[in-house]
Design a protein around this ligand. Structure first.
Ligand SMILES: N[C@@H](CCC(=O)N[C@@H](CS)C(=O)NCC(=O)O)C(=O)O
Length: 311
């Protein structure tokens, strides 16, 4: 179908007016053309809006589409308002129906996504994993994460692994929580800190916890730990410099703060003397005042108690 101005109406649009078993549209040509033009106008407005969200507000394409979909299918005026006038202050969680499940173990680095999801106001479940019992190596868990590690974030049942990737996903999925810096250079610098936590600091913590994975010579555990703690302290020295005179690693609280918080807290649980790291300690105190972290700490205790009871 085409109108007098040579606008081509796609067959897929015309098909919307053709009832099952009928060959012809149940509306006049004029009506279909008018509706199509209206849709084109709306699409132009939405496209401009979507481009602003993607390029200026750093929303992902999936978020923009989810908002459009929520607006098209939603019945509440609030949902419609979100679609018509998206702003960064509107809670995205209303428009997101995806089911999130975090595999979680007390004290482990899975506390990072736990805190970030809480900061984002996301609704999520946890799947507690008892690492001491080796549940991470069981067939059931390996089906979720063949690497046998926490965290894994199940997004509508599909697992996402690796802490850095999970954190970036959360930050992008819940942009209104501003969990990564908006400035492009600071954004990648924050990822640089997170990658350093994952690839630089984390292995030194594992060296304290599991020295036998580093050297299987008899009676070597203590020297493996001592060697590891020297390099761990060198890394804390670097963080100490980064945090000097600052509240957070970047202009505001971000994923980098939460990940380093875990790195520092986990190290402290081996009971070394950390008194020289005054900035890292102050950073830890600051972060522990946040409601999200308080919630995590209470939850950690609860799971620890449940695990203790189960043994
Ligand atoms: N590269 C992974 C490492 C995760 C990891 O090592 N998790 C530890 C807890 S902090 C774990 O699950 N350990 C169990 C094991 O190694 O058996 C990530 O960054 O997510």
């Amino acid at each position: 179908m085409s109108n007098h101005n040579q606008i081509e109406i796609p067959q897929s649009f015309i098909a919307l007016y053709v009832k099952p078993g009928r060959a012809r549209p149940n509306a006049s040509q004029q009506t279909v053309i008018a509706r199509y033009e209206q849709c084109e106008d709306m699409a132009a407005v939405l496209t401009e809006h979507a481009q602003t969200l993607v390029f200026k507000e750093h929303f992902t394409e999936a978020q923009v589409l989810a908002r459009c979909q929520a607006g098209a299918s939603g019945t509440t005026s609030q949902d419609r308002a979100v679609t018509a006038h998206p702003t960064r202050t509107q809670p995205l969680k209303e428009t997101f129906r995806m089911k999130l499940t975090l595999t979680y173990a007390p004290v482990a680095c899975s506390l990072v996504p736990y805190i970030l999801l809480t900061e984002a106001g996301a609704r999520f479940d946890t799947l507690p994993v008892n690492l001491a019992k080796g549940e991470q190596h069981g067939a059931e868990y390996l089906r979720l994460n063949p690497k046998g590690k926490v965290p894994a974030l199940l997004i509508d049942g599909v697992p996402l692994t690796e802490n850095v990737a999970i954190q970036i996903w959360i930050a992008r999925q819940f942009p209104e929580a501003r969990l990564l810096p908006a400035d492009p250079l600071d954004y990648v610098r924050a990822i640089s800190v997170m990658a350093w936590c994952a690839a630089g600091i984390h292995p030194k913590l594992t060296q304290q916890q599991r020295p036998e994975r580093y050297c299987d010579l008899p009676d070597s555990a203590d020297s493996v730990r001592t060697l590891g703690s020297h390099s761990l302290f060198e890394l804390y020295d670097i963080a100490e410099g980064m945090l000097a005179g600052r509240e957070w690693f970047f202009d505001r609280f971000s994923c980098a703060d939460v990940y380093f918080y875990w790195c520092f807290r986990r190290g402290s649980l081996f009971k070394p003397d950390l008194s020289r790291f005054t900035h890292c300690t102050a950073h830890r105190r600051r972060i522990e005042q946040r409601p999200s972290v308080q919630k995590l700490l209470a939850y950690e205790k609860q799971v620890q108690a449940e695990f203790a009871q189960a043994t």
